[in-house]
Ligand binder design. Sequence first.
Ligand code: SAH
Length: 231
Amino acid sequence: MPNVDSLEIDKFAKLAHHWWDPSGKFKTLHDINPLRVDYIRRHCTLTEKKVLDVGCGGGILSEAMDSSGAHVTGIDLGEKAIRIAKLHQLESGSSVRYDVLAVETLARQEPLSFDIVTCMEMLEHVPDPASIVHSCAQLVKSDGTVFFSTLNRHPKAYTLAILGAEYLLGMLPRGTHDYSRFIRPSELVFWCRQAGLELIDLCGVHYHPLTQTYTLGHDVSVNYLMATRKQ
Ligand code: SAH
């Protein structure tokens, strides 16, 4: 059974034309992108590194890492997202290699072949996130770094990321997120340890509604980033 929820893929397919609109439905991903790239560069250098971006969507993070000198492969099971990512490349001239491929399949085909693996804002959309974590761990070389980001199953995340962002402020389309699929940092750390990934850092992503800006900080109760290293 493939580890994919076709309703989730359809949800993203309906929004595919918004991927590269910085003030559209994926505004949040555009806004947090510089913070994510800074976070990655704080833990490892991207220059000349072989990077895999799992659940890359339209390529917002993939292209930014390509601009930072990495050799990036972006995979997603959303065919529309990959089509948009490839189209955008014609404009941007980025050299990301995109493919419609399950991470579990790539892990069987090319184990231990990436210096860095990123899997951002994707785990909360799949039926079996632990399997994704396991495959990311198989794909990264020994001593390589794997980054995850997702939403915490914490009441504050329900209030801010669902009620606030989807219903009150309209920052995300209603129904984008399902609270029951949010993941506690302790759960993610547990899956990482089982897969041979050791936690090196955990950090919160905070939204400031008055200034409409984002910063990184200690509070991981809503959205968080995690850096891990393959033992
Ligand atoms: N990582 C990107 C996009 C996040 S949106 C970023 O942070 O900018 C979530 C993405 O996960 C969507 O593109 C969706 O198509 C993808 N996705 C959902 N389920 C998936 C699965 N089982 N395998 C691969 N990608 C999946």
